[in-house]
Design a protein around this ligand. Structure first.
Ligand code: IPD
Length: 281
């Protein structure tokens, strides 16, 4: 339904939630004997049979309702169905963000699903973490929300009254990783502690719900952050992407400014920081 006409963010969110739930259901059937783990681009970049099965499940739900939408997924690439483009919607899927955690049964992982309009504006995003029994979601203009073991609350980003914790993650690419290790000395300046939790999608949700005060990582891909960045923005968090210039005057604190300056121009760099400035994207 809705093909040819621009769907509302709320309608896309409804479908994104169903699709992410289908992916999460696959992950919830995690079986250590059936992981089928193999490495991809480097010896820290893994994929399992569950990544692929979850992406198939997400795609099926999206295409059942919106057969003409384009889809980009981490494992199965970009598909643009014949006769596509009438409504111009494109979906971005990370079926299993936190694959390394999943393999090791560290429960911090989930399915990330987001939808953008023809201009590339993200309209809806969901991160569903089945082992945490948490679902984070946002639609553009509709706020950011968390269902935590069935209890729902609206998210408002980090508070200002505590010691500050910076989240980060490490790219699978050795050069990107080395650059980030150098960055961290500078980033850490304004923070009391550091976490590397293992899922960029969920890390952004952690800034949205105030568990982390900021998150920074080089070399992220669209599928890692499409949903999480919208969720963070809708929680009032400033998400900095290159070229970053627009946020350098005003808004961010000294540490946040330093982070932005240090990483300016780095492809795929993203930082989510406390603040109230409207994202300029
Ligand atoms: C990875 C995770 C990790 C981040 C990597 C991502 P994947 O995604 O988000 O936290 O540090 O850069 O590639 O491979 O588990 O989907």
């Amino acid at each position: 339904s809705g093909d040819g006409r621009a769907p509302t963010p709320e309608a896309l969110l409804h479908l994104a939630r169903q699709a992410a739930a289908a992916g999460a259901e696959v992950l919830a059937r995690r079986d250590p004997a059936a992981l089928g783990a193999t490495s991809k681009s480097s010896d820290s970049d893994w994929v399992t049979a569950f990544d692929v099965a979850a992406e198939r499940a997400v795609r099926r739900v999206v295409l059942d309702s919106r057969p003409h939408d384009a889809i980009t997924g981490e494992e199965l690439g970009t598909t643009v169905p014949a006769g596509s483009g009438a409504a111009g919607i494109r979906w971005s899927i990370d079926p299993l963000d936190g694959t390394t955690n999943f393999i090791r049964n560290i429960v911090y992982y989930g399915t990330s699903v987001a939808a953008a309009d023809a201009d590339g504006t993200w309209l809806a995003g969901v991160v569903h973490a089945p082992a945490l029994r948490r679902i984070y979601w946002a639609s553009r203009g509709g706020g950011a929300w968390l269902s935590d073991q069935g209890r729902v609350r609206r998210l408002a980003g980090p508070g200002t009254d505590r010691g500050r914790i910076l989240g980060t993650g490490f790219s699978y690419d050795a050069a990107t990783r080395a650059g980030q290790v150098d960055d961290l000395g500078a980033f850490l300046h304004g923070f009391g502690d550091l976490r590397t939790l293992g899922s960029a999608a969920l890390d952004l949700c952690m800034v949205a719900d105030g568990s982390l005060d900021a998150f920074v990582e080089r070399g992220l891909h669209e599928h890692d952050i499409a949903a999480g960045a919208l969720i963070a923005e809708e929680a009032g968090v400033v998400v900095l992407r290159p070229p970053l210039r627009s946020v350098l005057d005003g808004g961010p604190t000294e540490a946040e400014r330093l982070a932005a300056v240090t990483a300016a121009g780095t492809p795929g760099f993203l930082a989510a920081v406390r603040g109230s400035a409207a994202p300029t994207s």
